[in-house]
Ligand binder design. Structure first.
Ligand code: ZN
Length: 245
């Protein structure tokens, strides 16, 4: 019998993570938080683009949601027990910045986060999902074992290349709940199964039909009630999976 792993993946270290963590703890869910060590305490407003994404806008614009980042000492307290992973030092677009800048954005971030959170940082998420050929060797040099992209792959399989790890779903998607239920039903007979659910904290504040706090909690309920699903961080899913090979 093979194993089933479910991991939440949250980006940017936002104030909404306080509420997220309390719900994760209530259901015993694992999660990975991808942080930027150079942006603690940053306060910008972001505007909603339909139900999909955000862009930076003036604070008085209609339909803005807070996109305030936790201060360093708040983050250290809040994320105790969860995986901390890199998201570059200043949320750099690695596709355009060149190898030299990418190298400092990644190496400096991994070093700072390891020191601040006193844990081995082996995970990474590409800001904007943007990557370039020079990224993988730099990530390997930094001791990073996987890189999460913004591609989607609903197959419940571990990726062939961990540096190109897709998300299984994004909570905001219409089929996110149905896919979660399908994962819970699915039997892991020969191969390990993996579900990576992507989210930004502010998205739950949208309060729309497909993006709200109740849906987040429902997903946690469904997954945590399944006896054969291990609720872990992305790091732990990879490590346990690799051990079983
Ligand atoms: Zn981000």
């Amino acid at each position: 019998m093979a194993n089933k792993y479910f991991a939440w993946s949250f980006d940017d270290g936002l104030q909404q993570d306080v509420r997220i963590v309390s719900i994760l703890r209530k259901y015993g869910m694992g999660a990975t938080f991808h942080l930027n060590s150079g942006l603690f305490g940053d306060r910008t407003y972001e505007g909603r683009i339909g139900n999909l994404g955000m862009k930076e806008v003036p604070a008085d614009t209609f339909h803005t949601r807070r996109h305030f980042r936790l201060r360093e000492e708040e983050a250290v307290q809040l994320y105790d027990g969860f995986e901390i992973a890199s998201h570059t030092r200043t949320h750099a677009n690695l596709k355009n910045c060149g190898a030299e800048k990418a190298r400092s954005e990644i190496l400096d971030d991994v070093q700072a986060l390891s020191r601040i959170f006193r844990q081995r940082v082996v995970g990474f998420a590409y800001p904007y999902g943007a990557s370039a050929d020079y990224c993988k060797p730099i990530l390997q040099e930094a001791g990073i074992r996987y890189g999460r992209t913004v591609h989607m792959d609903p197959s419940f399989r571990f990726p062939k290349d961990p540096y190109e790890t897709p998300m299984t779903s994004w909570h905001i998607r219409k089929n996110a709940l149905a896919l979660t239920e399908r994962f819970v039903q699915e039997k892991a007979e020969e191969e390990d199964l993996f579900f990576l659910m992507f989210a930004h904290g502010y998205e739950f504040d949208f309060g729309t039909r497909e993006s709200n706090w109740a849906k987040f909690e429902t997903i946690c309920q469904i997954v945590s009630a399944a006896k054969d699903v291990q609720c872990v961080s992305i790091r732990d899913a990879f490590e346990r999976h690799e051990k079983s090979l």
